[in-house]
Design a protein around this ligand. Structure first.
Ligand code: ATP
Ligand code: MG
Length: 367
């Protein structure tokens, strides 16, 4: 007891002077996720506390490291932002954007099936975040409404990249992961898969859950559940519109080669309806663009990637961040125009987006 309160005290000391810890938001595999206040700005963040001892015991250090590495790379209005990582001998603190309204899962439980327009809006946001992951060679592999969080304006924020993988061209993955109900048939059959198509299957299941308030594949017996998924056995309620029905059936195609891909989802009339302007054009591949430009300046691409991931400050990484910020500003208001949430990036120079205006303020906090 005394040991645990001492541990808690040392945690608080470790996070001060920058953060004031608050209530527990949820429990992850290796520790709690806490609400915290960033003292300098008064803004709220979520801090995932990963206990090193627990992670080692479960042999899952790699999972946590992967999540951190991936979150560091991805900057998108519908992906949880990672602000900084604080490491101590006992814990790793992952400071993230706070999603005030919790899990989409809870929202569906509370409301039951959603109106098509509301479901479509969640779906459009999820797809745009996911498309961004795929363009940056990241597959999530554990998409489900528990891992889609909602901010105070009910914008979707994709979270929990613990099972994600960085795709390599020409390499196929063969890890069995994610929750059964959302897992693609080829994953369950332990076949090789390229990556993006398994996330698209999970999004099909999520879309079904949003529109119907239940799961397409469900059974108390695991063998029966697996049989249904592998056979693509599910029923679509009559109240769904023809557009939504078409979308779901094309995403839940058992054969991954025949399953809808990202461009096809984007072009589908049901997806296109009421599509907000900032989601109408896919985000230009800003990270790849910025990297290419830096390489053109004579820097080594591999070293640059390492510097970006490790947040090392050198000539190449500074040039990269400058180009990146410049690109975001020019990219037709993708992040600016219709994102109402105020997003402040801590510990890294970046833009402050507030309401309908993109305010050009460079903020340097922390290290
Ligand atoms: P599991 O493996 O059990 O899914 P995990 O270790 O991957 O857990 P997360 O899913 O990332 O942990 O977080 C656990 C819970 O904490 C989430 O389901 C959510 O309720 C809450 N949570 C996590 N991140 C945030 C956040 N940024 N804002 C608000 N709540 C959060
Ligand atoms: Mg989770």
């Amino acid at each position: 007891m005394e040991g645990s309160s001492r541990r808690k005290r040392s945690r608080v000391e470790m996070l001060s002077p920058n953060y004031k810890l608050g209530k527990t938001l949820g429990y992850g595999s290796f520790g709690e996720v806490k609400l915290a206040e960033h003292k300098l700005t008064g803004l709220h963040v979520a801090i995932k506390i990963l206990n090193r001892h627990e992670m080692k015991k479960q042999g899952m250090e790699e999972k946590a490291r992967r999540e951190i590495k991936i979150l560091k790379m991805l900057m998108h209005p519908h992906i949880i932002r990672l602000y900084e990582v604080i490491e101590t001998s006992s814990d790793i603190f992952v400071v993230m954007e706070y999603a005030k309204c919790g899990e989409l899962f809870e929202y569906i439980l509370e409301k039951g099936r959603l109106e098509e327009d509301e479901a479509r809006s969640f779906f459009q946001q999820t797809i745009s975040g996911l498309e961004f992951c795929h363009r940056n060679m990241v597959v999530h592999r554990d998409l489900k409404p528990e891992n889609l969080l909602l901010d105070s304006k009910h914008n979707v924020k994709i979270a929990d990249f613990g099972l994600s993988n960085i795709m390599q061209d020409g390499h196929f993955l063969k890890t069995n992961c994610g929750s059964y109900n959302y897992a693609a048939p080829e994953v369950l059959a332990r076949k090789l898969y390229a990556g993006p198509e398994v996330d698209i299957w999970s999004c099909g299941v999520i879309l079904y859950a949003l529109l119907c308030g239940s799961l397409p594949f469900d059974d108390e017996s695991i063998p029966n559940l697996l049989r249904k998924i592998k056979g693509g056995i599910y029923s679509i309620p009559r109240y769904l519109s023809p557009g939504a029905t078409d979308m779901i059936s094309k995403m839940l195609m058992v054969d991954p080669m025949r399953r809808m891909n990202m461009p096809e989802i984007r072009q589908h009339p049901w997806f296109q309806a009421h599509l907000p302007r900032y989601l109408a054009v896919p985000l230009p591949d800003t990270m790849q663009y910025a990297k290419k430009e830096v390489v053109k300046l004579g820097f080594d691409g591999k070293q640059l990637t390492e510097s970006i991931i490790c947040r090392m400050q050198n000539e190449a990484s500074v040039a990269y961040h400058l180009l990146l910020d410049h690109q975001f500003r020019d990219s037709n208001g993708y992040l600016g125009a219709e994102i109402q949430e105020t997003t402040v990036c801590l510990s890294f120079p970046c833009l402050l987006y507030r309401g309908k205006n993109v305010v050009d303020i460079l903020i340097y906090v922390g290290k």
